[in-house]
Write a protein that binds this ligand. Sequence first.
Ligand code: TNX
Length: 513
Amino acid sequence: MRGLGDVIPVPARVRPVPAAAFTVGPGTAVRAAPGAAAVADHLAEALRAATGYPAPVLGEAAGSPAPVPGEAAGFSRPLPGEAARRPDPRRSEGEIRLGFEDGHGDEGYRLDVRADAVTVAAQTPAGLFAAVQTLRQFLPVAGAGDAVLPGGRIEDRPRYAYRGAMLDLARHFFTPDEVRSFIDAIAQFKINHLHLHLTDDQGWRLEIAGWPRLTEVGGGPGTGVDGAGPGFLTAAGYAELVAYAADRFVTVVPEIDMPGHVNAAQVAYPELTRDGAAVAPRHDRAVGYSSLCVDREQTYAFVEDVIREVAALTPGLYLHIGGDEADATGAEAYRTFLHRVLPLVAKYGKRAIGWHEVAAVELPDTVVPQFWRTAADDAGVARAVAGGCQVIMSPADRTYLDMKYEADSPLGLDWAGTLDVTRAYDWDPATRLPGVGERAVLGVEAPLWSETLRSLTDAQTMTFPRLAAIAEVAWSPQAARDWESFRRRLAAFGPRWTAQGVTYHRSPEIPWA
Ligand code: TNX
C-alpha cells in the first residue's frame, strides 16, 4: 500500500495514521454537499475505473445531519442508468464525503482518511478537485476489487497561484481531442493554467471573426514547421476546449504573439506589412524576422479586433500578447506598440501576460511578465517587480519542455542546454532572479514549443515526466521537497501513465517501477 504522502506534488502537511486505512468496497458511495456534485463525479469516475464498483454519487441537503452510510439522506442523486442501485447495506465500507469549510484558501483542502469514512473539505470546488487529484493517486492503476486508502490527515494548499503548461499550436497544430487529452494529463498534477500559443510565423490557429484568411491561409495545408502541422480551432471549437478545461479547473490562457512572430498573419493579410507587399509563407525555425507596422492605424484596428474576439471567447483573467524576440521591430517602435496595445487588453477586461521582453517599457502593475531566458538576472523584470508586478517563472534551463533530456534525445532543441528531471526539479522560483522574491512570483509555467514535434505522443514524451517535477516546484512548499523522495514517488507513475495511454520518457535518473 502507498503511504499517505506518496503523491505528486507532495502535500504541504501529512500526518499518517496507519491504523486508520479506509477500504473502498462495493458499497462505497460518494456523498456530495450542494455545489460539490461536479467534483464528486470526477472522483466517482476514478473510483469506478480503479475498482469496478458502482461508486454512486449521492447528494446531501444543505445543513442536513451527517448521513448514515447505506441510506439515502437528504436528496439522493443516483447515476443515470443506475436508478435502483444503492450501496449494499450488508457490506457498506462507508462514504467519501465532499463538503465545504473555510480556512483553506482558493485551492487548498483537508483530506481525512479514517477506517469508517473519508472526509474531503475545501473552501472552493477547485480545492475539492485538488483533493480528488491527491486521492486518485492512492487508487490502484486500474483493476477490480477493493482499494485501500492510507489513513491519516493531509492539509494542503499551493505555494503559487499560477501553475502552468504551454502548448505551441502554431509550429505544429494539435487537434482539440489531443489538447483535451493533454488537459487530462496535466490536471492530475494540479496544473491549473493551460497557455495556448495560438499564432506565430508558421501558422495562425484560432478563427477570428472578420478576418477569415488568418485561419483559412494560416491554418491551411502546409502550415507549421516543415509544413507538417496544418489545422486550426474554430471559435466554437476553442470555446469547447475552454469549457472542457474549466471542468477540470484548468484556465486557458490564449496567446496572440505580437508585434513579432506574425508572418502567418501577414501572408494572409499583406496590408499588415510595412509596405503592403505580399510576403512568402515560412516553414523554417528562424525567429525574429517579422513585425507588425507600428505606425499604421490599420495595425491597431487589426489588433483590437483580435483582442476583442479572443477576450470574448475566454472567460479566464489572462490574455497573453507575446512580445518576445521582436528583433525586427526596433526598440522605440516596440515601446510605441506596447503603449497602444496594453490598454486594449485592459479595455476588454483582461490582464496582459507578456514574455519578459515587455518589461522594456514601464508596466502597469496588473501586467505579468513571463521570464523565459537562462540569464542569472534581468534588470527589466526586477524593475517591473519594484513597480508592483508579479512574474511567471519559465527559465528555459529549468522549465522548457522542448529542450532535449539528454544530448542524444531524438526530439527537442538544445539552445538552453539539456534538461533532465533533476534540473527541472532542483531549483527555487523565489531565488532564481535577483529582485524577484517569493511574493513577486505569481507562479511557474513549463512551455512546450513544437518545432520538432509531429504528434501527441511526441508532446507527451517531452512533457512527462518533467512536468511532474515542475508541478511540485510550483505547488509544494520548498521545505517539503526532496529529490530522493520525489524520484521514488515519480517511479510509481510509470504504470499509471501507461494505463492512461500517456507516453513518457524513461529518464535514467528514475528507478521506474
Ligand atoms: C524561443 S521562448 C521562443 C520561441 C521558440 C523557442 C524554442 C520564446 C518566448 N520564444 O519562439 O519556439 O525559443 O525553444
